[in-house]
Design a binder for this molecule. Sequence first.
Ligand SMILES: Nc1ncnc2c1ncn2[C@@H]1O[C@H](COP(=O)(O)OP(=O)(O)OP(=O)(O)O)[C@@H](O)[C@H]1O
Ligand SMILES: [Mg+2]
Length: 606
Amino acid sequence: MRPSGNKDYRVDPEMDQSEGGLKGFVYALKSLWPFLWQYRYRVGIAFSLLIIAKVATVTMPWALKVIVDSLDQGQVEQLIVPMSMLLLYGFLRFGTVFFSELRDAVFSRVTERTMRMVGLKVFKHLHQLELDFHLSRQTGGISRDIDRGTNGISFMMRMMVFNIVPTLFELSLVAGILFINFSPWYSILTVGAVLTYIAFTVFTTEWRTKFVREANMLDSKSNTRAIDSLLNYETVKYFNNEHYEAKQYDENLEKWESARMKNRLSLAALNSGQALIISLAVMLMMILAAKEVVAGTMTLGDLVMINAYMIQLFIPLNFLGFVYREIRRALTDVENMFHLLDRDSKIQDSPNAQDLAIANARIDFKNLNFGYHPDRPILKDINFNINPGEKIALVGGSGAGKSTIARLLFRFYDLNSGQIKIDDQDISQVTQESLRAHIGVVPQDTVLFNDTIFNNVAYGNPKASENEVRKSIQMAHLDGFIESLPQGEETLVGERGLKVSGGEKQRIAIARTLLKNPSILIFDEATSALDSASEQAILKAMEVASEGRTTLVIAHRLSTIVDSDRIIVLEQGRVIEQGTHIELIEQKGRYAQLWSLQQSNSHQIN
Ligand SMILES: Nc1ncnc2c1ncn2[C@@H]1O[C@H](COP(=O)(O)OP(=O)(O)OP(=O)(O)O)[C@@H](O)[C@H]1O
Ligand SMILES: [Mg+2]
């Protein structure tokens, strides 16, 4: 299980890096542009359909006016005029919907494909980022960032094409028609009302953004906390901490609840204000129009037309408040996601990196200095080498830096100073992909995918045949265990591999690494979770596996590494002794001391 003691439950302050406002909008648009550009023709067609639909929308009230006027003027005996207009009216009404639907259908490919491409790009990028990034960020938080980000893209794009642009287009058409046909007051009132409405919406939305963000942040925080708690189900049980966990969760939920409440109240204020502006504008225009009808300067049809325009215009405008709010939020989400993309990996291939060329896999560690944090050095002036095909053991107390050396060889981190060379090639100067292709690691705490045993082993080399997978399973002495399972190799290992024992998990990890077939092997405590019998089996498997390969074995139990070609003793980040088992025993140093300690212990146990 993943230790979570050093985990930090604060929500990462990096999480919300959005700048919001125009700058954020420009940033998001710039990031999205390359994706949209691929679909420029489709976007063009969608916009043409949009214009057709809007022209139909705006013509509709005019047709209504002609109908009302002809009926009003008693031309009923010549039913021809209203009849043809009624047909046109019906056609327009249908056209409005039909062309909008067509536009949606044409545009939806653009939205979905963009979501897919951006999602994939972010996913790939996350795998590019260095280990440290993943250790210090919470996976739950990141996946929510991606989720929200891609949904935000879809929302932004749909709203642009389906709401904002059409509404602005309709507004200018309506204002133009009113201006040409009637007293300028109507278009002044229309434009004035819309501007007031927009200003009010923007102002109020700005004010309530902090409530929305707070609610979002608390939402994510309580969620990551809950996920982490459930992932650590066993630990929670070991310490009887269910109540503590529930209390922690509820404390987060309580804050979330009150943030949501504030969010809700401010939303009510916004919606009511918007409704007030709309009602006032429509009322004023109707009063004006009614007066003109009475005075005879306007027909009844004109009044109906103005009323229809207002109602039509304010339907989507009513929506604009929601859209503005949501676009602001989507913008924040999209920005956060694109900021993830902007973050470069700290571990980069050097500009002219070549692929690692393995001759015989000799490894040199030269004057290595390294620390995870600048003010806490972990490895100090490490010097040793592993000759081709040699098996070298790294021993030393917990926290001495053994696993760190393995991580450095795999280039999960860059050195502070010094060099690691494989066949005389500095590993920081070769491509990471080629470096990692040649190194197989059986890590200290193996985590398995929630899949079958077979698939977990096959993961070591997706191209391997079934027979090759079975061969690795045999080599890792897993076949006996698998035969004892009712579902055999199709048995599911459970979330993070928790349904198999530590030793079984380790053998799965070994089988997986054997399948990868690398030139360099690292075993980090590969036998730590095994009993003596399986330990012997694994040691034999390791022996077979490491034949002809350069091998680094990290071990606590010295009995497992007695036969190594050389043993390196690490203490507090320094190499204090090295030599064969016999040599080190004769030196009567730290190793000899550890050896006799472990010998007497095992005698007591036996
Ligand atoms: N990602 C990290 N960030 C900061 N410090 C770390 C990190 N990983 C390990 N350390 C620290 O570096 C030191 C060396 O860790 P390392 O994992 O190399 O020890 P080790 O020799 O493998 O110990 P063990 O035998 O217990 O596995 C430890 O003190 C540990 O706390
Ligand atoms: Mg370790």
